[in-house]
Design a protein around this ligand. Structure first.
Ligand SMILES: *Cc1c(COP(=O)(O)O)cnc(C)c1O
Length: 393
């Protein structure tokens, strides 16, 4: 389905589905590791790139390619590369764009393991990270070095929901001959399309909103041109962290309802955030849809909705937060996010425990911060559950 004039809602249903001639309405799962050649010349032509086609599933698989085409269309990019996890997407991206001696500027509010990947693993391989508040353009400008290759930005950032200005960061990156990579996991292409605001590359954890059903781990990279795609494909093929066909099928199925789900995540997120902000036991709430959010206006420019992630702190700090998390019944105490079910967790001791407490505090991840991924249940039931749990605090 190549027609880019279709709306995102329609592309969610039809993107990447083969719709020519007689055949199945839903793409089949190509459960095969390898593909038969017509003859020896055909095999040689596929390997030399003279003829396009499938060779071996680590290199390309039709079920996976259909998903890649779908998400590339949703992000208005040219090509997608599906990976075995969101972390594999980030790793592949850094490994493709950077060599030993290069420098990366990374948002300070990011998915915890992204920070760890850059500061403890890539740094060991000679790629230097600077961890910067990317919502502060002066701080980003000051962080550039002659060897800066990449700004890696997550917006809204996990878990503080700080919003960075994608267009301004892209301009800064390009002025310094660097590229802007945006982790768009929290928004999905339905709520934010970073490539349209000047970003060069988008990465996602498919595990979250795109799949939406908490039953797959996966990732994807979206790029804007064939040359970039070829260099990424070569690195991914050799690092080997690809997405298997069955997982690709499940994510592709999940995306059919992505637009509907994101609409409900936004509606419920707004209600839960407003409820929490009005509750006497709550110290503060961060949600892009609240006028109290410090970058509310930038968010309105680049986001089509506030999403389903809400962070807050109780007046009683860490202990009160723990009591709350131990008292919810409907809101499930688990990490991850973006699924149909509401999840609640404590970043300082869970998703962001791998960061030093100093780095966490600098990024605004206080020890009392509680994060909710608001699901698509009835908002009254979610709020009712939080209400009875807050009674116990
Ligand atoms: C979960 C997540 C990742 C990592 O994805 P995995 O699929 O768990 O490897 C990266 N970025 C963000 C914003 C995430 O929420």
């Amino acid at each position: 389905m190549k027609d880019r004039n279709l709306s995102l809602r329609t592309l969610c249903v039809h993107g990447g589905q083969s719709e020519q001639g007689a055949g199945p309405v839903v793409n089949p799962i190509y459960a095969t590791s390898t593909f038969r050649f017509r003859d020896a010349q055909h095999g040689a032509d596929l390997f030399s790139g003279k003829e396009p086609g499938y060779i071996y599933t680590r290199m390309l698989n039709p079920t996976v390619k259909a998903l890649e085409d779908c998400i590339a269309a949703l992000e208005e990019g040219a090509y997608g590369l599906a990976t075995g996890s969101g972390m594999a997407a980030t790793h592949t991206t850094i490994a493709t764009l950077c060599s030993a001696g290069d420098h990366v500027i990374c948002s300070e509010a990011v998915y915890g393991p992204t920070n760890t990947l850059l500061t403890t693993i890539m740094s060991r391989l000679g790629i230097e990270p600077s961890i910067v508040d990317t919502s502060n353009l002066d701080a980003v400008s000051a962080a550039f070095r002659p060897n800066t290759r990449v700004i890696f930005c997550e917006t809204p950032g996990n878990p503080t929901l700080v919003i960075s200005d994608i267009r301004a960061l892209a301009e800064l990156a390009h002025r310094h001959n660097a590229l802007l990579v945006v982790d768009n996991t929290f928004m999905s292409p339905i709520l934010q399309q970073p490539l349209l605001h000047g970003a060069d590359i988008v990465v996602h954890s498919l595990t979250k909103f795109l799949n939406g059903h908490a039953d797959v781990v996966g990732g994807i990279i979206v790029v804007k041109d064939q040359q970039t795609y070829n260099s990424f494909r070569t690195v991914l093929n050799h690092l080997g962290g690809v997405l298997p066909p069955f997982e690709a099928f499940l994510v592709h199925r999940g995306i059919k309802t992505l637009a509907l789900r994101m609409q409900r995540h936004c509606e419920n997120g707004r209600k839960v955030a407003a409820y929490l902000e009005g509750h006497p036991k709550i110290e503060w709430v961060r949600y892009p849809g609240l006028p109290s959010h410090p970058q509310h206006e930038i968010g309105r420019r680049q986001m089509k909705g506030p999403g389903g992630m809400v962070s807050f702190e109780l007046k009683g700090g860490v202990q009160a937060g723990r009591t709350l998390m131990d008292s919810t019944r409907l809101c499930t105490l688990a990490v991850s996010l973006g699924g149909v079910e509401t999840l609640i967790q404590h970043p300082a001791s869970m998703t962001h425990a791998g960061m030093t407490s100093e780095t966490r505090l600098k990024a605004g991840i206080t020890d009392g911060l509680v994060r909710i991924s608001v699901g698509i249940e009835d908002a009254d039931d979610i709020i009712g559950d939080l209400d009875q749990a807050l009674e116990k605090v």
